[in-house]
Write a protein that binds this ligand. Sequence first.
Ligand code: ARG
Length: 493
Amino acid sequence: MKETRRRAVKKPSPTKRKQSSPNAKQSATEVKKPLWAGRLAEKPEEEAFAFQASINVDKRLVFDDITGSKAHAAMLGRQGIIPKDSAAKIVRELNNIAAEIKSGKLEIDAAFEDIHSFLEATLTQRLGDAGKMVHAGRSRNDQVAVDFRLYLKREVPLLQARIAETTNTLLDTAQLHLTSTMPGYTHLQKAQPVTLGFHLTAWCAALERDISRFSGALTRLDECPLGSGALAGTTLPLDRKSVAQELGFRGASVNAMDAVADRDFALELSSACAITMVHLSRFCEDVVLWASEEFKFIDLAESWSTGSSIMPQKKNPDFAELIRGKSARVTGNLLTLLTLLKGLPYAYNKDLQEDKESLFDSMDTLSICLRMFAGMMKSAKFNLKRMKASCTGGFLEATDTAEYLVRKGLPFRQAHETAAHIVRECIEKAHKHIGALTLGELKKHSKLFEEDIFKALTPAACVKGRILPGGPAPKEVRRQIKVLRKKIQNHVR
Ligand code: ARG
């Protein structure tokens, strides 16, 4: 038992999920003195220390922690809380540390509890007493809250830009297919003719809302928690306003207890990620269906498909399936955060440490899925002939038949019933579409039918007639594409 435990400690578990931040030394063997060592006479047990440590996750915040510390230290100097020259030294050394981490000269030591401890220890090792001054009036509770927000203010716009990129790719394709008719479905049953351009634009309308959802969350998280301390502020005369300003926040947070306990911003962003992933998942479900032999609407590029180890003929839409699959983990991450917060007493509790891994994973997963989705769609070929042919059969023109009669003065309910009877007759006569009946046969259902009915029932005419705002008429979809492009441009400016 003891043996196993020792081995487990010697090899601290590397972070499971790949992270984009600077390398951390993974092979730490001894526990570094924690910031709180003064209170506890006993040294932490190694495995237990490793269990509660977060450095493998929060090392991603290293540059944000440095940014926050620089602003805090400079303010401490301005306020006369620490000597001005000590503040200047701290700022200078933090700049050096940042540069060294960027260049790879300094490695983050994973033996420390978290990124905050590592940076304070590095600073103190280099500056002595000056390094020990940086934490005056601060707690890791407000420190991590500011780091996380700074990180998200930086990273979320990149994620939004990526959604915009994917959306614009889809809009480009939509633009090419304003007149490419295809069946529109409800209940996965053929409903009314639409165009491929219209269908793709529908996806893009959802993605545009996704981008704006992230903006909403960013607006609300734009408050600086520094100066909140552990939960109840500090007696030291900090200048919260100037720190908030220097860090680029709209202002300082309103209530210290709220500032350290709040993770609404993580919830909102996790939710925005989950909703976007659910959208991608639905699009992928369309793609999987379209790629099937039964639909054959889309031909995915061979480089964006996979084969089977046993069935030689297979060309599988694995990318679409995996994006659909990954939406499960991102929605799971949202549930993790909601559950994390649900029973949490005010103010800070260590449970909150779980917030970052969850949100980082959602953002990483969404980011790669967006790229994969765009790549898959860009390289795909649409089988336009097959889509068009699928508009015949299934009586997609039945609603247009009813509306034809309404235009000629028949109340809609009657027109609906008449069209339904016509469909029944077609089925009995094994006709594939209403236009297969003669004018004489149609007139038996309603005297209102004239020769012009036949022209009105082609898929192209059905689509062209639905010109109202929001409709699938080519001219209207062209307008929709313009509107969406403009909205997207405004979001990611
Ligand atoms: N690693 C911690 C987190 O992510 C930092 C804050 C720790 N604060 C504390 N009082 N233990 O939440």
